[in-house]
Design a protein around this ligand. Sequence first.
Ligand code: CO8
Length: 258
Amino acid sequence: MENIKFEKDGNIGIITISRPKALNALNFKTLVELNEVLDQVEKDEEIYVLLIRGDGEKAFVAGADIAEMKDMNPKEAREFSIIGNKVFRRIENLRIPTIAVINGYALGGGCELALSCDIRIASENAKLGQPEVGLGITPGFGGTQRLSRVVGLAKAKELIFTGDMIDANEAFKIGLVNRVVKKEELMDEALNMAKKIASNAPFAISVAKASINRGYQADIDTALMYEVEVFAQCFATEDQKDAMTAFLEKRKIEKFKN
Ligand code: CO8
C-alpha cells in the first residue's frame, strides 16, 4: 500500500495514514487502502484494539484532498462522500475499540475520521475543526451527524458554521477529545490505554461497544433491551466464569480467552 502503513504491537493494531507531503489528506486511493486494511484488521482475531494515527510531526489528517475534489461534479462528489462514509462507518462498527491518536491537524475529513473512532487522544499541539464551509462545501464524511452526537447540537453548529479551528485544550473542554497529552507522550499514552483495554475481556468489550452504539440511536427502552441481551450473552463465555471464579478465589485471572 502506498498511503497506509499497518503494524502490530502485541494485541494492538496501528494504522498510519501516510501522505506527509499533503499533511495526510485523504484522497480516493487512501480511502480505498484504508478500506483494504480494515479487511485485514477484521480477520485478525489477535487484534483487540486499533489505533489510527497520522504520519509525520504536523498532522493527523488535514482533510479530504482538496486538489482531488476541486473539479468534481456533484455525481463524483456524491460517490466520494459515499465511499468515505462507508469506510468511516466500518471503523465505527468494528468489533474492537478504536482510538484516534491526534498528533496535529485533524481538519475536515480528518476530524471526521477521528469522530468515527471510539476514543480520541490529542497532543497539545493538535488543532481540530470542520473548515469546509470556507471551501464552499459541507462536511461530507459524517461531520454533520457525528460531531453533534459527540459535542452537542449548539457546539457542532458553531464549529461547522464558523469553520473555526480549535486547539486541543478547547477540544477537551467541549468533549471532542478524551485526553490531551504532551506531544512526546502521545503514542505511549495511546498504547497504554489500548493495552489496558486489551487486558479486559474482549467479548465483553465488543458487545458493550455494540450496545452503546446501537442504543445511542434508539429509545431508552429498546436500548436497555440491547444491554439485557449483551449482558446475558457474556454469561455464555468462559471468561465470565473464569474471571468471577478468580475474583472469589482472591487471585487475578491470567488471560482472557474469548
Ligand atoms: N488537501 C490537499 N492538500 C493539502 C491539504 C488538503 N486537505 N491540506 C494540506 N495540503 C497540502 C498543501 O497544499 C501543501 O502542499 P504543497 O507543499 O504541495 O503546497 C502541504 O499540504 C502543506 O500544507 P501547507 O503549506 O498549507 O501547510 P501550513 O502549515 O501552511 O498549513 C494547514 C497547514 C492549516 C492545515 C493548511 O494546510 C490547510 O488549511 N489545509 C486545508 C485544511 C482543510 O481545509 N481541510 C478540509 C478539507 S475539505 C474536507 O475535508 C471535506 C471532507 C468531506 C469530503 C466529502 C467528499 C465530497
